[in-house]
Design a protein around this ligand. Structure first.
Ligand code: G3P
Length: 217
């Protein structure tokens, strides 16, 4: 399973990338807005840091605008993937861009039928939003599992990015449901490698070693 970082914070990306855990990055207009920095500058810095795919989202919502923006974004770096929302215009844009060899990530997917449409249109990645599906009282993990079944049955080449991951359980369920990738906020990432029993175990070892050393001085 691959891990992407769901953030536009360059320092966060540097820190976690140094652990060898980052296969790619996803951003969206809300994450870019949070950083309060120039869009192109942030994406360029991220694409230099990370070898894998870096999603940058269009901010136009009509077909012509999306395609024009996508062509521009794809020139910013070789590893830019253009994020396109799941709409009729979005599907048409994905179809056009896939014929031009521009990689796309179809975002804001909440149903199996939306996922199938994006795969058929030629999306490189599809992003079902687990957390927001759960917020609706539905089952985000089941959505991922069913999308994976569709891929396995029909041989679509799109990869599933489990998005809107809010806690460890989401990540574990996404892994078991067969998501190819999970995109994880930086704040959650460090919770994946920490455990209260590990912390308590280290504290006990430090205390006992101090006791051992003071006895043997
Ligand atoms: O990857 C999508 C993510 O940024 C949205 O997360 O928690 O706002 O649903 P959330």
């Amino acid at each position: 399973m691959k891990f992407f970082l769901d953030t536009a914070n360059v320092n966060e990306i540097k820190r976690i990338n140094d652990l060898g855990l980052v296969d790619g990055v996803t951003t969206n207009p809300s994450l870019i807005n949070k950083e309060g920095r120039d869009f192109k500058e942030v994406i360029s810095e991220i694409t230099e840091l990370i070898d894998g795919p870096v999603s940058a989202e269009v901010t136009s919502y009509d077909y012509e605008g999306m395609v024009e923006q996508a062509r521009d974004l794809s020139k910013w770096a070789n590893n830019v993937v253009v994020k396109i929302p799941m709409t009729e215009d979005g599907l048409k844009a994905i179809h056009t861009l896939s014929k031009e060899g521009i990689k796309t990530n179809c975002t804001l997917i909440f149903s199996v039928s939306q996922g199938i449409m994006a795969m058929k249109a030629g999306a490189t990645f599809i992003s079902p939003f687990m957390g927001r599906v759960d917020d609706m009282g539905e089952d985000g993990a089941r959505l991922i599992a069913e999308l994976r079944d569709v891929i396995d049955i029909y041989g679509y080449e799109s990869e599933i990015i489990a998005a809107s991951i809010r806690h460890i359980n989401h990540l574990e369920k996404a892994a078991l449901a067969g998501a190819h990738i999970a995109t994880i906020p930086g704040s959650l990432f460090e919770k994946l490698w920490t455990h209260p029993l590990t912390t308590a175990g280290i504290e006990a070892f430090v205390k006992d070693w101090d006791a051992f050393e003071s006895r043997n001085k």
